[in-house]
Design a protein around this ligand. Structure first.
Ligand code: FAD
Length: 463
């Protein structure tokens, strides 16, 4: 789609003071990529408004001219959600990054969409409060992106995902009108639950311009351990046995290749070399004694499941080192080769069946997989790697293998995305999980809110 000069001038005006507008060159190209594989789609323009009012003006203009608008936060998405697959405008929300209010009495925070998740966490922590959702990308993803993807992260196992913390939203609809959903109240059944319709809608139903989030007191104590197991099965048994005793605040599983890649990536030694799998486990709570007792109980459970060694972080430096390994795993694994990452989630007790089945499918198709992720949630990131497969077997084998992995996931009572969304890269697989009637229902909602189809077109729905 080529934007004419009249439109471009109107866009410049709508963007308002302080905005950045890109119409070509390397800078515009950056808006055509996110963290999803090596995908690229060219935008015709990218605009980053510096004031909230401009979002409604820009969207209204796009609505009047039928120009696609793709919202973008930090561009860390893993399903191609922020890619302008039909061209048009990329609407970058990252300059709208004010924390508007931390209300200690009501224990809520109001934020603009461009606030980086880690900045929000640190700001509320300084006030003794806790916003738990912590995607591993928290240093570069934004609250708008977290809301639009309903992001999870390691702590979701105890504290839930982004949607569990949202009380209300301000949203710019496709025609540029502004609506408010929910409120600052803990309870609100006034009408449909619109807040949770927009959360997880991947920028296809409206642009989130403000969110009211609830907070809790910051847990005063936490402890972290890394347990090494001889094989995959023992590690996954360890995960299940922990939950029979305590609810950890983090329970991550890594097969050895993931931890080894992370260690290499960071230029550090593997903490317990030679294991088949690892579990990173954190407990938190109010008071050292409570946390110590829970840690002991979790450690015993892991030991009985067959852990060969358990390393408990003794100080903040060791804690940070273990966390750094987990956070680096995604990037490190993806640096090994061309890849496709799947975000399978199954009921927790079926993870071993999932991982075993994934390995069988990989063997059958001659491909490599590396699995890691939020095992406490049953959410395993399956990285399918090309490694030295030739182009033809990769291009033919990959979609078949992915389809089989998703069919297996669904047959185990699971679903095809736990936290990364369907976006662009997973939409062809949607019907594995949803019936035609269910997809139609989604289309009806989309058509009601965005009848001209300008908001993030080419996403979620199969062609
Ligand atoms: C190394 C790494 C680790 C990761 N770890 C996790 C993890 O642990 N848990 C997890 O859930 N995800 C994880 N992710 C994925 C990603 O970080 C999340 O999906 C995150 O929520 C995306 O935020 P973003 O600001 O980068 O959004 P973007 O990638 O910019 O956009 C994502 C989607 O949100 C839409 N969007 C953005 N802002 C708005 C808005 N204001 N209004 C409406 N729609 C909007 C976009 O159109 C797009 O569809 C990880 C990614 C990487 C690269």
């Amino acid at each position: 789609m080529k934007l004419n000069t009249v439109f471009v001038e109107a866009l410049r005006l709508a963007a308002g003071p302080g905005a950045k507008l890109y119409l070509g060159g390397d800078e515009l190209e950056l808006f055509g990529r996110d963290e999803t594989e090596d995908l690229f789609f060219a935008a015709d323009a990218a605009v980053q408004p510096a004031e909230r009012e401009a979002v409604a003006r820009i969207v209204r203009l796009a609505w009047e001219h039928g120009v696609p608008v793709t919202a973008r936060g930090g561009g860390t998405g893993l399903s191609g959600g922020a890619l302008p697959v039909r061209g048009g405008i990329v609407l970058g929300l990252d300059l709208l990054d004010r924390i508007l209010e931390i209300d200690r009495d009501n224990m809520i925070v109001r934020v603009e969409p461009g606030v980086i998740t880690q900045n929000l966490q640190e700001a509320v922590e300084a006030a003794g409060l806790f916003y738990p959702p912590d995607p591993a990308s928290r240093g570069s993803c934004t609250m708008g992106g977290n809301l639009a993807e309903n992001a999870g992260g390691p702590r979701a196992v105890k504290y839930g995902v982004t949607s569990d913390w949202v009380l209300g939203l301000e949203v710019v609809l496709a025609d540029g009108s502004i609506v408010h959903t929910g409120s600052a109240c803990r309870k609100d059944v006034t009408g449909y639950d619109m807040t949770h319709l927009f959360v997880g809608s991947e920028g296809t139903l409206g642009i989130i311009t403000e969110a009211t989030l609830r907070l809790i007191p910051y847990p005063s104590a936490r402890a972290l351990l890394l347990a090494a197991f001889p094989g995959l099965q023992e590690g996954l048994d360890g995960v299940l046995s922990v939950f029979r005793r305590v609810t950890p605040s983090v329970c991550e599983f890594l097969e050895s290749a993931a931890l080894e890649a992370a260690a290499r990536h960071l230029g550090r030694p593997v903490p317990v070399p030679g294991a088949g799998s690892y579990v990173l486990l954190e407990v938190d709570g109010d008071g050292e004694e409570v946390v110590e007792a829970e840690m002991l109980s979790a450690g015993e459970a892991l030991d009985r499941a067959g852990a060969t060694e358990i390393v408990v972080a003794q100080n903040p430096r060791q804690t940070e080192e273990l966390w750094a390994l987990r956070r680096a795993a995604g990037e490190a694994v993806k640096a090994l080769s061309t890849y496709k990452e799947e975000d399978c989630v199954v009921p927790r007790a079926r993870i071993a069946d999932l991982v075993r089945g994934v390995k069988e499918i990989a063997r059958k198709h001659g491909i490599t997989t590396i699995c890691y992720g939020h095992a406490g949630d049953g959410n395993i990131h399956v990285n399918v790697l090309r490694m030295d497969a030739d182009e033809r077997s990769w291009e033919v084998g990959l979609p078949r293998a992915v389809e089989e992995i998703f069919r297996l996931t669904v047959s185990l009572g699971g679903t095809i995305s736990g936290e990364h969304g369907i976006g662009y890269s997973q939409r062809r697989y949607l019907s594995i999980r949803m019936s035609q009637r269910e997809i139609e229902l989604h289309r009806t909602i989309k058509a009601a809110l965005d009848p001209r189809g300008i908001l993030n077109p080419g996403k979620i729905f199969p062609e």
